[in-house]
Write a protein that binds this ligand. Sequence first.
Ligand SMILES: [Zn+2]
Length: 217
Amino acid sequence: MFKFKHVFVLVLATLMFVIGFAAVGGQSSSAQTIKFTSAMHTSKNLTYNGTIKYYVKADAKRYSPEITYATKKWNRALGKNVFKRTTQISHSRLVFTGTNKLGSNYAGVAEINSGVIALNTSWMSRYNQQKRRAVVIHELGHTFGTKDLYAYPNASLRSLFKKQTIMGGNYSSQIKSFDSKLAKWTLKKTRSMSQTEFRHYRSNAGLYYQQMLTGRL
Ligand SMILES: [Zn+2]
């Protein structure tokens, strides 16, 4: 069994991370050292000049408190104001929308190409504030290019991620060091889109942005 803090200091230097977890049936805790892999991220993030300007569409305004909470949490965790709200959709890289047209399995979906986070109103209305916050924090995690860790290839890690991490879907409204290290690492491993590329995606009728504008999302 490791002393958690010692392991943590060590892994910072080697681009690995530690997940602490409660030992089954006991008060003690353990830690596991895990290497970051390319299976944890896609190729792109939503930043432009280091920021992600986000717009809250009218149908998502009821979730403004959760969106504000989640963006502040990430900004603090990243040590940088990555998320900035804008009142002009044309200036945004990310739009929040509330919809009942998502598949019933999804509480929320993030689409990076055209920059949309769609929140499933039927799930959000059932959830308490803590869970609503957790959904927004998780979806924002995708804007850095991080994948869903509940779909991670390795089964034993997958089950650990599910319990311990934001991107594994642990429904936490707190961002732990594991989550923020992964986000920072992902941002380094992925690229941001040029305005030309991004506008191209935003004009694509098959992607979320146009679907949202034309009432299909
Ligand atoms: Zn996800």
